[in-house]
Write a protein that binds this ligand. Sequence first.
Ligand code: ACO
Length: 314
Amino acid sequence: MPGSRITALGHHQPDRVLTNDDLAAVVDTSDEWIRRRTGIATRRIAGPDESVTDLAAAAAGKALAAAGLDPSDIGLVTVATCSAVDRCPSIAAQVAARLGIPSAVAFDLNNGCAGFCTALACADHALRAGAARHALVIGAEKMSDVTDWTDRSTCVLLGDGAGAAVLSAAEDAGIGPVAWGSDPTRGNAVRLVDEWQPRFAQEGQAVFRWVTGELPDIARRACELAGLTPADLAGVVTHQANLRIIEALVRQLDLSPDAVVAQDVVESGNTSAASVPLALSKLVQRRELPSGAPVLLLAFGGGLSWAGQVVSCP
Ligand code: ACO
């Protein structure tokens, strides 16, 4: 097959909403500080019995139903996550079991916040090579499990959730070539510290400078690989790290004034590998992005890593 396309999306978030005022009751912060520095107003937090597998399976089940496929049609399941505590069986294998997918290759992929776009490229390549006809690509995180709730500089940023895409092999390619890579010399800028009690840590200002200094060129490169310029895009869905970083990044892209820029971080916080499919699924569900419209997905984070591609909206 010459390519693959996203044919359906789904997302799932826990019911519990954690507001900035809720956080101000436990650490020395304020709604005003959090909104001004990050743009975040709320985030969703999973309950103690709600796992990454639960979040992933809920989002994937919705995407599968929306695609109108039978579980036996799915030949590849991959879950991008960096917060899952389960290592074996993989989250992808557990999702396949939950959804009754009988014989797909199922594996997890950890590339930090860049995980979903990396997994999307891997699945696209597999479908192009004929290794499967349909794939489920999921980003799912329970960041609340790896949050230091006493550290006001990070606990205000993170949230839980999952998003999923069904990819199908297609004559008419709907996923552009990926622009991806890493700068491992700056790996410590975003990390999970303490392997027995992992907690998220970052050099916030270094990450800010990296994203706003280097990611615009990567965004332009992903567009170029798809034969487009940023001005041709109907929308941009970046990793939802924080609103200031998103605004500073897209400001450099000369987008069309009509382009839709995902801002799900305001209501969902930073959900790491889940943030891109979560934000994309919501925009499509609200019909803010028309079917067939070119949208740049651009994810970045721990590694330091990045992956981005232009996709055609389902
Ligand atoms: N409430 C009130 N004050 C706070 C809070 C808080 N929640 N957090 C930090 N502060 C204080 C600090 O203690 C410090 O006070 P001091 O000057 O008296 O020491 C002051 O605010 C500045 O602290 P910084 O950590 O330097 O805060 P900064 O201005 O860098 O803002 C932020 C933090 C918003 C995270 C910023 O670094 C940023 O936008 N970084 C981009 C990276 C990012 O968003 N990462 C997300 C995860 S990584 C990823 O997804 C790729």
